[in-house]
Design a protein around this ligand. Structure first.
Ligand SMILES: [Zn+2]
Ligand SMILES: [Zn+2]
Length: 366
């Protein structure tokens, strides 16, 4: 079986769209025809050379599509089913999977580091050479084989382009609020960074019933969008002191860093009120370090935590998010940015790197 896929050959080198060989779906695996893939910060870390992984690699892990075929033992899915691709299968036996956090699973993290699926294989090759998978997925391809456990049933009513965002940015951003921070109704919330994940943190805060929702981002376009999605105030990061002077001069109850750079994490901690909670959501570049003042935790009793992939098993979290989509509380359509064909994958990454407002989508099947 063959599929056209976008191959990443390393930072600074263009993507190559080429035909690759796929193995038929194995036991408990499904073959998905990929409709849409959102480009995520994790993909950008790779393109910028901030993380090292084996190549050639198919990037992309935030996708949705339609099941085309199923392997042996697949019980819950059939050809024609519409699915969201999650990137965190549960190994089922480690302590993290047992506590409902498959994204923290050490075996999964090892697979992601090695560019493979959970079982150490990739099931993709080109001229006999192994092709690796980004984030244990590799969705920038027409056809994708994944474990049944990560092809999550979507139902019929959510468009696939919108559904793609549920696979990573929405689970990550909304989940960080609803499943990790769990703010009390009326709590004040600061969101640093209004890219894809940050916009979903804003929506999560609104859904949770937060009072003030303040967004800090350097780009006007992103701040405008955040206001439409529920932010009550906005400013560039350097304007926080002035913006908060009237409403929360001592900081906010919850501060989310949706960027993951040491400066933005420090800013989130700085503007968390005494006894409040800082949540790190964005993933840092390899080797990043945070400089902490211990008095923030002793004298000022702040809480510092993080959230990985929404702090919940995606199979549990997705139905909750879908309910919010169906009720109209969680908006996906305004989050969508420009769409690109698979052949234009290089232009798609350029747009994403340039900070295009809205999620940049690649449509592998046109
Ligand atoms: Zn992602
Ligand atoms: Zn595990």
């Amino acid at each position: 079986m063959t599929s056209r896929a976008a191959l990443f050959h390393g930072p600074g080198r263009p993507f190559e769209v080429a035909e690759v060989e796929l193995e038929e779906p194995g036991e408990r695996q499904v073959l998905v025809r990929v409709a849409a893939v959102g480009l995520c910060g994790t993909d950008l870390h790779m393109v910028r050379g901030e993380w090292r992984r084996p190549t050639p690699m198919v990037l992309g892990h935030e996708g949705a599509g339609v099941v085309e075929a199923v392997g042996l033992g697949v019980e819950l899915l059939a050809p024609g089913d519409r699915v969201v691709i999650s990137w965190a299968p549960s190994c089922g036996h480690c302590a993290d999977c047992r506590r409902g956090r498959p994204a923290a699973c050490i075996e999964l993290q090892r697979a992601i580091g090695g560019g493979t699926l959970l079982d150490g294989t990739t099931r993709i090759s080109r001229d006999g050479e192994t092709v690796y998978r980004g984030t244990a997925t590799g969705a920038l391809t027409e056809l994708l084989t994944v474990d049944e456990s990560v092809a999550l049933p979507l139902g019929e009513d959510v468009p696939l382009e919108q559904a793609a965002l549920l696979g990573c940015a929405a689970l990550t951003g909304v989940g960080a609020v609803l499943f990790q921070a769990r703010p009390e109704p009326g709590a004040s919330v600061l969101v640093i960074g209004a890219g894809g994940v940050g916009q979903f943190v804003v929506q999560g805060a609104r859904i949770a019933g937060a009072g003030e929702i303040v967004v800090a981002d350097p780009l006007d376009s992103r701040r405008d969008q955040a206001r439409k999605l529920g932010a009550t105030r906005d400013c560039p990061p350097e304007g926080l002191k002035e913006t908060l002077a009237a409403v929360a001069p001592d900081g906010l109850d919850y501060a989310f860093d949706a960027v993951g750079a040491p400066e933005t994490s420090a800013l989130a901690l700085r503007w968390t009120r005494n006894g409040g909670t800082t949540v790190l959501v964005g993933l840092p570049a390899a080797g990043a370090r945070l400089d902490l003042d211990p008095a923030d935790f002793s004298r000022r009793e702040k809480w510092l935590t993080g959230s990985m992939y929404g702090s919940e098993d995606p199979a549990v979290a997705l139905p909750v998010l879908l309910e919010h989509v169906r009720s109209g509380a969680l908006e996906l359509e305004p989050m969508l940015g420009p769409r690109y064909a698979l052949d234009d994958v290089n232009a798609a990454f350029e747009a994403s790197l340039a900070g295009a407002p809205g999620r940049v989508l690649v449509l592998p099947n046109g």
